[in-house]
Design a protein around this ligand. Structure first.
Ligand SMILES: CC(C)(COP(=O)(O)OP(=O)(O)OC[C@H]1O[C@@H](n2cnc3c(N)ncnc32)[C@H](O)[C@@H]1OP(=O)(O)O)[C@@H](O)C(=O)NCCC(=O)NCCS
Length: 182
């Protein structure tokens, strides 16, 4: 799977393994700190980041969260993860690769994998407020007001195949957010 990014070499998307856990952790932690956690309480910030450590990501991969990574050469450009073929858990794109269609591509790959696995066509996500507009462009709709759980703020959203062309989600029901904290 490949696409061209305006700022770099072709981007390849592949399934992640536990060997990718540290790089995924670095990417999602730095993006969460830059775009998401500024509106959290200290407790919420610590909580979210505690679910983004290399060890936490490794456990998620080992326990069946389906991760894909997007790479431009050796550089990690983005990551997507789904849980149980029905929840978009992580969707993060490195700053220099944003607004070039990579999140849409990652979402399409993740959704297709869920559909191939179980026929899934409906997804949830606990979106960061920052990402709501992007998720709406991907076909998600808000299904509730922003809420705070243990200091983590998220917006519940849903997607069905009839509402657009992708699939994702985030876990806030478990104290996590699309930016999730599991
Ligand atoms: C949200 C995020 C994943 C989007 O990644 P991206 O690669 O820039 O998204 P894309 O380029 O694929 O854009 C998809 C659509 O969303 C729109 N979009 C993307 N970022 C947007 C923004 N900040 N505001 C409004 N619309 C946005 C794009 O215009 C595009 O719509 P279009 O195809 O109809 O024109 C990325 O900004 C990110 O990682 N943010 C920080 C982490 C985060 O908040 N992740 C979500 C956790 S819940």
């Amino acid at each position: 799977m490949a696409l061209e990014a305006a700022t770099s070499a072709p981007i390849h998307i592949r399934p992640a393994t536990t060997a990718d856990a540290a790089r995924i952790s670095d990417l999602v932690s730095s993006l969460a700190s830059e775009f998401i956690t500024h509106e959290f309480t200290d407790e919420g910030r610590e909580r979210l980041l505690s679910f983004m450590t290399p060890a936490a990501i490794e456990i998620l991969i080992e326990t069946g969260y389906r991760y894909f990574v997007a790479e431009a050469g050796s550089e990690l450009a983005g990551v997507v993860a789904t849980r149980d073929d029905k929840h978009l858990y992580h969707l993060f794109v490195a700053t220099k690769f944003q607004r070039q269609g990579l999140a849409r591509r990652l979402w399409q790959v993740a959704g297709a994998a869920c559909f191939a696995s179980s026929g899934a066509t409906e997804f949830t996500v606990n979106a960061s407020r920052f990402a709501v507009a992007a998720y709406e462009r991907l076909g998600f709709v808000c299904v509730g007001e922003p809420k705070e759980t243990a200091g983590v703020v998220s917006v519940p959203m849903k997607h069905s195949s009839s509402s657009a062309e992708g699939h994702c989600e985030t876990p806030i029901a478990r104290g996590v957010s699309a930016c999730e904290s599991a």
